[in-house]
Each structure stands twice: as structure tokens, then as C-alpha cells.
Design a protein around this ligand. Structure first.
Ligand SMILES: [Zn+2]
Length: 105
């Protein structure tokens, strides 16, 4: 009986040790996965945001069409027309606007 008890205690200790090991390994994997997914998500979202910002900057600055000649001719200067509409004019068309006494915004 003593031998059997001893074996049982040893088995229980072994099982407990294995369970603790498994729990530790599981915790380690969970924490590692959380860090990896969280990090990659942050990196991914930041990349997406930076790309969107980059596109918006490109679209808003220097890439807009001139309202008069419809050319992408560098930076536009915006003028208010008599009827209230705002038009963006390139360098070539700014002289026309000045002749029409339009004031830059
Ligand atoms: Zn123009």
C-alpha cells in the first residue's frame, strides 16, 4: 500500500507539475500572440492612416486642376468670383484674374 501511495503521490505531483507547465506555456503563448497581434494591428492602422494622409496631401496640394485651363500647373491661388464661387487658378491664369479685378482669398 505504501508503495502504491508513493506512486500515486509522485503521479499527482507529476500531473500538477505538467498542468502548471502547460498553464505557463499557454499564458506565454497568449501574451506573445496578444503582443504580436496588437503590435501588427497598430502598425497596420498607422500605415493605413499615413498612406491616406499622404494621398490627401497629394490631392490637396499641387495636384489640383486649374479652374480656368483645367491643367495641373503647380500650386493654385484661389479667387472669389462675382457670383460667389471660389476658383483655383494656376500661375498662367492668375494674370487673367487680376485683369478681371478678382481678389485672391
Ligand atoms: Zn490655369
Amino acid at each position: 500500500m505504501k508503495d502504491i501511495r508513493g506512486v500515486n503521490e509522485a503521479q499527482v505531483r507529476m500531473i500538477l507539475a505538467v498542468i502548471i507547465l502547460l498553464v505557463l506555456v499557454a499564458l506565454y503563448i497568449i501574451i506573445r500572440n496578444r503582443r504580436q497581434t496588437g503590435g501588427s494591428k497598430r502598425e497596420g492602422s498607422s500605415n493605413v492612416v499615413s498612406m491616406e494622409r499622404h494621398r490627401k496631401r497629394k490631392q490637396s496640394s499641387g495636384e489640383q486642376q486649374c479652374s480656368a485651363c483645367k491643367k495641373r500647373n503647380g500650386k493654385l491661388v484661389f479667387y472669389a468670383e462675382d457670383n460667389g464661387t471660389v476658383i483655383g487658378l494656376c500661375k498662367d491664369c492668375q494674370s487673367k484674374a487680376k485683369k478681371r479685378d478678382m481678389l485672391p482669398l
